[in-house]
Ligand binder design. Structure first.
Ligand SMILES: [Zn+2]
Ligand SMILES: [Zn+2]
Length: 342
């Protein structure tokens, strides 16, 4: 009898026949293993969830009263005929890759990942495997990130100049991950850091679980720009250009995203400044991470899948594209929408 594949790709998501569970499924299932709390991975409607301890609070915050079990990084669990474990993905605090072993064969699902240590997320750990299911949101050579310290210095320079000119600096950043990364990294001596409600709600969840974030001032109805001169305001991208911004008076807008590498996107975004900062691996990061797994088979998902698959074939991998129902963190993705002000 031909041995069943460790993971299969179904219309509900990635499925493990030996363990009868799904990974990041996009339709309701009985048992979902979830890599992290972003909306395109942690969806409503599953009967049971399993995720890391670090992802659980934000999943409960976003999904409400779900039946959720937690695992520590590296802790092996038996589910049916499969052994599963979660390993740091370096994407956002608590994010994980999921390792699945059946009969000695190991497959790893990356979820979203980045290889640079952002100082806040548990740093990415390569996991040896036979087959690797990798995201490739930024799987083109033009996506090459500068070190985080350089991008933070650019943000600080923009913030300082605005403060000196009496303008607020409003930066658009996803409410889970990017926002906290900026808050934690910038030099707070430049001025006060204000937060949009969607960002502050996530900050509160992360602080409660022990993530060390500097002090921030939540923007409430009473907060006026003139009360906080020279402020850096961290808001979800969807808040830029809305009436919510009026309270800050004269303001410069910035947007922090890997997509800012694309000039056309920068223009369409109508932000004064684009900062190329992503919570995903760049081209070099993807290639390094894949090489470190030692995998012979690579399945690619999210982003520039066909180009990236073709590239991997030239590098000697047995590569294939996995179709997903929804795309990841594009500008109009479910993730961006989910991070809208609420
Ligand atoms: Zn994500
Ligand atoms: Zn994603």
């Amino acid at each position: 009898m031909a041995r069943e594949s460790v993971l299969t790709f179904t219309e509900r998501g990635i499925y493990c026949p030996a363990g009868d569970f799904f990974i990041d499924p996009w339709r309701p299932v009985d048992r979902a293993l979830v890599t992290h709390g972003h909306a395109d991975h942690a969806r409503r409607g599953h009967a049971r969830y399993l995720a890391t301890e670090g992802s659980a609070p934000v999943m409960r915050h976003r999904l409400g009263d779900i039946r959720l079990e937690t695992a520590r990084y590296g802790e092996a669990r038996r589910i049916g005929g499969a052994t599963v474990s979660f390993h740091p993905a370096g994407h956002v605090p608590g994010s994980a890759q999921i390792r699945v072993e059946v009969g000695g064969e190991v497959w790893v699902v990356s979820g979203d990942y980045k290889v640079e240590d952002d100082g806040l997320s548990e740093p990415f750990e390569p996991v040896r495997c036979h087959a690797f299911v990798s995201e490739c949101t930024f799987g083109l050579p033009i996506f090459a990130w500068a070190p985080q310290a350089d991008v933070v210095a650019q943000i600080e320079g923009w913030w300082r100049a605005n403060a000196a000119a009496g303008r607020a600096s409003v930066i658009g950043a996803y409410a889970l991950g990017k926002a906290q990364r900026i808050i934690a990294a910038v030099d707070a001596s430049i001025g006060p850091v204000l937060t949009h409600g969607a960002v502050e709600a996530t900050n509160a969840v992360l602080r409660a679980q022990g993530v060390a974030l500097p002090e921030t001032v939540p923007v409430t109805a009473e907060v006026k720009g003139k009360d906080h001169p020279g402020a850096l305001v961290v808001a979800p991208p969807s808040a830029l250009g809305t009436p919510w911004m009026r309270r800050f008076g004269a303001a410069s807008t910035g947007f922090a995203s890997g997509w800012m590498r694309l000039r056309g996107v920068r223009r369409r975004r109508a932000a004064d400044r684009g900062f190329v900062m992503s919570d995903h691996a760049d081209w070099a990061g993807l290639n390094a991470a894949i090489a470190e797994t030692g995998a012979e088979r690579v399945f690619v998902t999210h982003g520039y899948t066909s180009a990236f698959r073709a590239w991997l074939e030239t590098q000697g991998y047995d590569a294939a594209v996995v179709e997903t129902e929804f795309e990841g963190e594009g500008l109009d993705s479910p993730e961006a929408v989910a991070d809208s002000p609420t």
